[in-house]
Design a protein around this ligand. Sequence first.
Ligand code: GSH
Length: 236
Amino acid sequence: MRYELYYWTGIQGRGEFVRLALEDAGAPYTDVAREQGDQAIMPFLRGQRPGAQPFAPPFLRAGRQVIAQTANILAFLAPRHGLVPASAASQSYALQLQLTITDIVAEAHDTHHPIAVDKYYEEQRPAARQRAASFCGERMPKFLGYFEHILERNDGRHALGRRHSYVDLSLFQLMAGLEYAFPRTMKGLRRRTTHLRALSERVADRPRVAAYLASPRRLAFNEDGIFRHYPELDEA
Ligand SMILES: N[C@@H](CCC(=O)N[C@@H](CS)C(=O)NCC(=O)O)C(=O)O
């Protein structure tokens, strides 16, 4: 089956977590908006297409099924492509970890949009500074400390069991995004994130991931996405 991924053009955004899983699995997919433009997304959001109606991208069309919410999409794809262990307990734990990644991604987004999602960063700069100070000083160390400990108390190399999973791919993307947006804070956390950084390097070296990262399909991070580099927000 050829999957259809629907996500906004021009940014990695939350679509990147799904893209990485599809690329790592070698699963055939079409990045529909990149071929047809963002307007291809709209009929789904308006409920004008068959299947479940998504609230927001990313969403995935798999045959007649339409699946939205990043963590839910990954939980759907992973067992079909060997990206999660088979047991129900492992799959539930993987989803728990992925939803925790969803939480920190939302908080990273809120550093540049602390007041209103529908207003520009430039309209909420003072609040963004406050929010970012708390994110860099408290929340990022807490979340990354948690994931670091998860790796450490497992085998030191994987989030789950002894095998690569979609959670490892998402941790790679999380680290890449945070390194881009908050290089100074991440530098300060270097000694407390040794397992996460080693995992990121291993994921980036996986043959299909490496090929993807070197391809034009991997867009650069930019200031329209979730992970934005505003130096004034990286001062913790
Ligand atoms: N919890 C959802 C969030 C989806 C989301 O916020 N998508 C953004 C783009 S990354 C969007 O287009 N939001 C439109 C909106 O919230 O109105 C997920 O993890 O997929």
